[in-house]
Design a protein around this ligand. Structure first.
Ligand SMILES: Nc1nc2c(ncn2[C@@H]2O[C@H](COP(=O)(O)OP(=O)(O)OP(=O)(O)O)[C@@H](O)[C@H]2O)c(=O)[nH]1
Ligand SMILES: [Mg+2]
Length: 647
């Protein structure tokens, strides 16, 4: 609770961002409140405008505000976005002598899209407008913010020339800070994350990055990663508003001196984060809205500029619900990004058109590391909505579904859908049967959503059905022919486990000859069936003097090409026994052969091939493969030139 922190005598840190049209007095107001001139660049001084983000700090009793002053110029909205992405509350500035202007609207939309909930409105330059005029401007502002998060926000009339309203503004900012603190306080713990908004180098000290801390805390000596580079770095020194400190935490501005990276490798948009906290991805699943003010509907596959954190990246949008999105409407979508980014669940994002560059919408992340999803699939869309569910258990289950077959563990749920105590939730879901824990090896298990697993099992059955259709005479399909169809999963043990699962559920049969769908039998034509029966009879009559496959093929009048497969089929059915690829025996003959030899072994310990030949009344040419067959099936054992009974 905020109260606890203030009781410890520590102020609550929050970030305040300015917003408003160019020249409306944002920077001047920040200077009047803090004494800091945030326009530092020579070009800013010369042109009298803000170009880059400026920073100041303001103490307001229980609250310590880090201020990010943004440019109002239309051309620098991207800088405004980089600054506004990390703020907790907003100071919307409108000049009393100019009223609502395009960037007043655009900045307000952006703040709303960034999920801001608290703020104050300042009417500036009140010394330049008379009271009636200012009343009218105030009315216009009220109209502008109606229905937005600033609908109830106080409008404070100020002038930096006369000092009017500055004390009241401080008070109102403190009230708004209290409101923002209520919402932000739970983000204090957990992994560290800070979007980088500036990079520079200090002679002799190396790279320094600055940003607004979005979550967690950081101490000197800590190890971190620069994402999405994946570059490991260590904190050499820390500053908060030009003051050396031992640690920084959520809601503070931080300047972090890093060891282990050259400053030229880092740019605005990168993220400084705890090791293992974030996963770079070029595909995000998001929920978006198109602004009412958008000039036209958003078409599927449109190219967009995505602003997230301090980053800006091009993307193609895949609208999952329809072919276009109307102004004012919302939908779930996927963003195919031109470069990898890191993000967290519910992280806000803003969408801008490529040309002309205007803000057209925004939304938030549902899945920060997505796989491609089918469009217009109601089942998928419903599950995506579940990623926003209030119950952590529901979110966990939805997230697990979208992990699909990819490896994940309970820790990932904290990152993907902010599930507290993910181990407990996963254990519950496993015991409820909603999640399956597949054992891939003695040391490797894989968590898979029950429905995701089922859809893969179905795919496997379908692949097997296709193989059966392609090989109608084969009762079994060689396992490798089936599993090779899933080679792209790049995980043979997983494929094998899924096959075993199908067997466990009695959906396939697995035999030495291969795998078959349950209930699958070979599809024979009448002619083929007749030929098969005739051949089996021929084998029966021939007993231990069987014809070769070649002979049978030559003597067939019809269906000649099918002869080898039909014989193989009879063998699979157990009517024939395969001795060599050319030599088969009728099952009765094979049984009789073993009976004869068993009798003989009753009298003598060993038999030569010659004795076997005589006992079976076959030629030597047949006796050799028959003897080898008997060794192979484990009936006899060869010892030098003689056979012994194996068991
Ligand atoms: N008379 C009067 N002039 C003001 C007041 N506040 C700002 N100004 C003037 O308005 C001009 C613009 O002020 P800035 O503070 O630079 O405006 P800004 O909103 O920061 O502009 P950008 O950052 O470029 O968007 C400057 O010349 C200021 O001196 C005020 O209260 N009264
Ligand atoms: Mg300015």
């Amino acid at each position: 609770m905020p109260a606890d922190r203030t009781m410890n005598g520590m102020a609550i840190d929050l970030i305040l961002g300015t917003a408003g049209h160019i020249d409306h007095g944002k920077t001047t107001l920040v200077r009047a409140l803090t004494g800091t001139d945030t326009d530092r660049l020579p070009e800013e001084k010369r042109r009298g405008i803000t170009i880059e983000l400026g920073f100041a700090s303001l103490e307001l009793g229980d609250y310590q505000l880090g201020i990010v002053d943004v440019p109002g110029h239309e051309r620098f909205v991207r800088n405004m976005l980089a600054g506004a992405s990390g703020i907790d509350l907003a100071l919307l500035v409108v000049a009393a002598d100019d009223s609502v202007k395009p960037q007043t609207r655009e900045h307000l939309e952006i703040l709303r899209l960034l999920d801001l909930t608290a703020g104050v409105i300042a009417l500036t330059k009140c010394d330049l407008a008379d009271a009636d005029w200012t009343d009218m401007v105030e009315e216009e502002v009220r109209e502008l913010v109606a229905g937005s998060f600033l609908a109830e926000a106080p409008i404070v009339r100020t002038s930096t020339v006369t000092g009017e309203g500055l004390d009241e503004l401080r008070q109102q900012l403190a009230t708004a800070a209290a409101k923002a603190a209520d919402r932000s306080v739970d983000r204090d713990e957990g992994p560290f994350r800070m979007a980088i908004d500036r990079v520079f180098t200090l002679a002799g000290h190396g790279a320094v990055v600055t940003g607004s801390v979005a979550s967690g805390s950081l101490a000197v000596g800590d190890s971190l990663v620069i994402e999405p580079l994946g570059e490991e770095v260590r904190v050499r020194a820390l500053q908060n508003h030009d003051r050396a400190v031992q640690n920084i935490h959520r809601g503070q501005r931080g300047a972090v001196n890093l060891v282990g990276v050259h400053h030229t490798e880092i740019r605005r948009g990168h993220v400084l984060a705890s090791v293992g906290h974030l996963v770079p991805s070029r595909l995000l699943t998001v929920r978006i809205e198109l602004l009412k003010s958008a000039a036209r509907p958003l078409k599927n596959r449109s190219r967009l500029r995505v602003h997230m954190g301090t980053d800006e990246v091009m993307a193609n949008v895949s609208l999952l619900e329809a072919d276009s999105l109307d102004p004012g409407a919302r939908c779930v979508a996927q963003l195919f990004l031109s470069e990898p980014v890191v993000s967290v669940w519910r992280q806000p994002l803003v969408l801008r058109q490529v040309s002309p560059v205007v803000t057209i919408g925004g939304g938030h992340v549902l899945d920060p590391d997505a796989t491609r999803l089918p469009r217009k699939d109601m089942g998928t869309i419903r599950r995506l909505e579940q990623l926003n569910a209030k119950e952590p258990r529901d979110r966990a289950l939805a997230s697990a579904f979208f992990f699909d077959l990819r490896p994940w563990d309970s820790g990932d749920l904290a990152r993907t859908v902010a599930v507290p105590e993910p181990e407990t939730v996963v254990a519950e879901l496993v015991s409820a049967g909603d999640l399956r824990s597949l054992v891939l090896s003695p040391t490797r298990t894989r968590l898979v959503h029950r429905d995701a697993l089922e859809s893969w099992l179905l795919r496997m059955e379908q692949a097997l059905a296709r193989l059966h259709a392609m090989n109608p005479l084969q009762p079994f399909i060689e396992q490798s022919r089936l599993t090779s169809r899933f080679r792209y999963l790049d995980d043979p043990p997983l494929v094998q486990t899924m096959l075993s699962e199908l067997q466990r559920q009695d959906r396939v049969r697995i035999a030495p000859a291969g795998v078959a769908l349950r209930g699958h039998g070979p599809q024979l034509s009448k002619g083929e069936q007749k030929l098969l029966d005739q051949m089996v009879e021929t084998y029966q009559q021939a007993a231990l003097q069987p014809p070769s496959v070649k002979d049978l093929r030559a003597s067939a009048t019809k269906n000649r090409a099918a002869v080898p497969q039909l014989i193989e089929l009879a063998a699979a059915e157990g009517r024939l026994v395969k001795v060599t690829p050319e030599m088969y025996l009728h099952a009765d003959a094979e049984q009789r052969m073993r009976a004869i030899l068993e009798d003989a072994f009753g009298e003598t310990f060993q038999l030569t091939v010659g004795q076997i030949r005589d006992l079976l009344e076959v030629s030597r040419k047949q006796a050799i493969p028959l003897s080898e067959y008997l060794d192979r099936i484990g009936f006899t054992r060869r010892v030098g030139d003689v056979r012994e009974l194996a068991s």
